[in-house]
Ligand binder design. Sequence first.
Ligand SMILES: CC(=O)N[C@H]1[C@@H](OP(=O)(O)OP(=O)(O)OC[C@H]2O[C@@H](n3ccc(=O)[nH]c3=O)[C@H](O)[C@@H]2O)O[C@H](CO)[C@@H](O)[C@@H]1O
Ligand SMILES: C=C(OP(=O)(O)O)C(=O)O
Length: 431
Amino acid sequence: MDRIKITGGSTLNGVIPISGAKNAALPLMIASLLTKETLTLENMPLLADVTQLERILGNHGVDFTISGKRKGDTENAGRTVHFTAKEIVDTTAPYELVSRMRASFWVFAPLLARMGECRVSLPGGCAIGTRPVDLLLMALEKLGARIEIENGYVVGTARDGLIGGEIDFDKVTVGGTHTALMAATLARGTSVIRNAAREPEIVDLADCLTKMGAKISGAGSSTIEVEGVTSLSGARHSVMPDRIEAGTYAMAVAMTGGDVLLAGARADSLQAALDVLKQSGATVTETNEGLRVYRNGAGIAPVDVETAPFPAFPTDLQAQFMALMTRAGGTSRIRETIFENRFMHVQELARLGAHIKLEGDTAIVTGSDHLEGAPVMATDLRASVSLVIAALAARGETTINRVYHLDRGFERLEKKLSGCGAQIERISGHG
Ligand SMILES: CC(=O)N[C@H]1[C@@H](OP(=O)(O)OP(=O)(O)OC[C@H]2O[C@@H](n3ccc(=O)[nH]c3=O)[C@H](O)[C@@H]2O)O[C@H](CO)[C@@H](O)[C@@H]1O
Ligand SMILES: C=C(OP(=O)(O)O)C(=O)O
């Protein structure tokens, strides 16, 4: 297993290119199951989750070819991938493939909508809470599906096809909204999705489905209407820039000081986090090329934060912000309202000398300028990268074990950071 070694103390200066978003790429890839024709996705990130989903889609009969690289990219990142699901050869998504990743469960909706049946193992994903799928299944039942659970698999049937219906989510769910949206595109009649997630990745999926011939209005608001069509066609779509990756590097710069251009990052997808960063003392400006983040001289001010669905502060940046607050000049309170167990980074940050007390869903962080390097362990994707941020500001050397978590969602992390002056390297091979 690879490890990452960081020697703290350098400021970050330069340009970091922002990759295509993992959380947009995954549902977009899954949408390829809805059509016999080719769906071409540009700006695809090269990530472990993407490779794993390629395996899952391959098992259903999706053929994929890679045709290009982003201009100026020396590696295979930012590639264009063509997905063709001419025939669905298998409607079962097995445990071995699905258990590693939450989003893999989302194949359920297109398989059911197109084939009238499917069998998908209950999902895995980051260990940040119980993560049930009841709301996803409720949405499909509202569209006429019959749902049964058998031996750890969810079995869906809709032999005569799905029928438009009214879906009211009692909790905002990203996966539930993706599921409802994909299923409704091929249902007979009109569907209404209420209390829908408003995340930019939902809008990206809806835009792509619209290019494929779907009739969708209201994506990005809390009520989405979908008029079903009998079939969808191929399309070409570019994956939106990763707002969580951009927010993560913005926090890294706020932590170390310096001046970095996050090339391709979009402020509109990240406003709540950028506002908080500004309150903490960083300067953020929008340019034609992306977002410029800098902190020169000013200290880090403590800021209280509460996670909530978009457009509020994202749970996927909570751990990174906590790392930043460990160096603030005072005490901050960070409340996690989305996932009940998303504080795994607290004990690892403590190894680096952070002072964090947990009170239920709230972490109370007392900042200090005495972080010190130590061996730590990555526990989930965003928790892992919070350790990277803390290590960049810690005195001495930090080794992060189990970096496969990082590889799920951060493309070439060590190269992007070392390109801006960080002392960071990957050590291959040892656990
Ligand atoms: C691949 C991907 O895009 N993952 C993102 C997606 O995860 P994911 O789609 O799994 O997250 P959801 O928005 O569905 O979860 C939100 C809340 O709803 C609960 N819930 C969800 C479904 C359900 O059937 N029942 C239920 O109770 C969850 O336990 C959680 O408490 O949105 C999360 C919230 O922004 C992000 O942290 C994840 O990075
Ligand atoms: C929690 C995340 O991913 P997943 O939903 O795939 O576990 C994430 O991207 O932070």
